[in-house]
Design a protein around this ligand. Structure first.
Ligand SMILES: [Zn+2]
Length: 180
């Protein structure tokens, strides 16, 4: 670890173990059914994104439940048009795209990937806040390539196309782009 002498890396590991043990005693995983503080891990598995899933059983009521542990990267706050800040919400973005894609031949896995990529991109920027249109622009660009009807639906909401004329202009532009 960063070329430190072996004893130091051992020390770090040792302290980390103490901290983990201490936090488990201090902040135990409570049973969501009865609130008991003692649960037993019966299975541990890793997912592809580095998360850890633990299957647990409550020693008091014997109910089983899972806990999921994954690294949380900071996602910047979104600055909205009116200047207010909003927490990035994966679910909100996902449902907006789903509505636009309703009954269209767009696979759920494509929507999932799109949202995942946008979230990762935001996190990699390493900023504390970014304009929300950054997210909308990404979605609109990807939908344009994925499905034209979904794109127009999203554009009506996102670009605030309030009248038939502007919707028509957008469609005309789309048709011109397709001819080129
Ligand atoms: Zn319980």
């Amino acid at each position: 670890m960063w070329g430190l002498p072996r004893e130091y890396t051992l020390d770090i590991g040792y302290f980390r173990t103490i901290i983990v043990v201490w936090s488990r005693i201090r902040f135990p995983m409570k049973c969501p059914y009865c609130g008991h503080e003692k649960t037993r891990v019966i299975d541990t598995s890793h997912d592809t994104r580095g998360g850890i899933r633990r299957r647990r059983i409550c020693v008091n009521c014997s109910q089983r439940f899972s806990t999921y542990e994954r690294a949380v990267l900071a996602t910047p706050l979104l600055i909205k048009r009116d200047g207010t800040r909003e927490e990035f919400s994966r679910d909100k973005l996902m449902s907006g795209i789903r509505v636009a894609c309703a009954k269209r031949p767009v696979a759920a896995v494509d929507i999932d990937r799109m949202v995942g990529e946008i979230e990762a991109e935001l996190q990699q920027m390493g900023k504390s806040e970014v304009p929300s249109r950054l997210v909308g622009d990404r979605v609109i660009r990807q939908l344009k390539a994925l499905d034209e009807v979904a794109y127009i639906r999203y554009a009506i909401v996102y670009l605030r196309l309030g009248d038939l004329e502007s919707v028509r202009n957008e469609i005309d532009q789309l048709l011109i782009d397709n001819l080129e």
